[in-house]
Write a protein that binds this ligand. Structure first.
Ligand SMILES: CC(C)(COP(=O)(O)OP(=O)(O)OC[C@H]1O[C@@H](n2cnc3c(N)ncnc32)[C@H](O)[C@@H]1OP(=O)(O)O)[C@@H](O)C(=O)NCCC(=O)NCCS
Length: 166
């Protein structure tokens, strides 16, 4: 389990260039719909494991839904959640291996964090961050000392398929 990280939400702003990058690639980012829960979890499970599908379920069952998806037509490319395991936490997030490096992970992260700010948070915690550099580079996140395994201490194991960068 990676370290937790802290993000200053009050320092973030929408990024029109990133939005344009998504639009130019024909990629839509939006809040998930409750009737998409099965499709989203069936997509997450083989790529990132049952635990992340469970966390996405929690985010999709909330109102407003706190799971965001990126898709191209009917093809799901990635997802990101907040308010899943803990209040004020971002994650999990994942992008299909074939769609990485196009800015989707960054765009989903920023959209979620702006949603958290709109819901009244001043800071977000990235729970058990795997790719620390990705979070540092994308939104200026800083590691929280001594935070691993943090809230996940003693958690029962679930199958973790390859594709996770931890
Ligand atoms: C982490 C992840 C969501 C990033 O998605 P992505 O769509 O490939 O990321 P982006 O294209 O938006 O990358 C944004 C920037 O972060 C960098 N970056 C992406 N993944 C990175 C990684 N694993 N480590 C370090 N830097 C990374 C990119 O190079 C890019 O930098 P740039 O703006 O200078 O070009 C994706 O790699 C993934 O699904 N990983 C497996 C699941 C995972 O680890 N999730 C996070 C768990 S906390």
């Amino acid at each position: 389990m990676g370290t937790d990280m802290l993000v200053k939400l009050y320092d973030l702003a929408p990024d029109p260039a990133l939005d344009k990058r998504m639009a130019d690639q024909g990629i839509t980012l939006r809040r998930a719909l409750v009737p998409e829960r099965t499709a989203i979890c069936d997509w997450i499970r083989p790529r990132f494991g049952a635990g992340w599908a469970d966390e996405a379920t929690a985010a999709i069952m909330r109102q407003p839904v706190t799971c965001w998806i990126a898709h191209e037509g009917e093809t799901l490319l990635g997802f990101a959640c907040h308010e899943a395991t803990m209040k004020g936490f971002f994650g999990p997030t994942g992008v299909d291996e074939s769609a990485r490096g196009k800015g989707i992970g960054h765009a989903l992260l920023l959209r979620n964090l702006l949603d958290m700010r709109d819901q009244g948070y001043g800071y977000a915690v990235i729970g058990g961050a795997g790719p620390v550099d990705f979070y540092q580079r994308s939104v200026g996140a800083i590691p929280i000392e001594g935070s691993s395994p943090g809230i996940y201490r003693g958690m029962l194991p679930t199958a973790s398929p390859s594709g996770m960068s931890e």
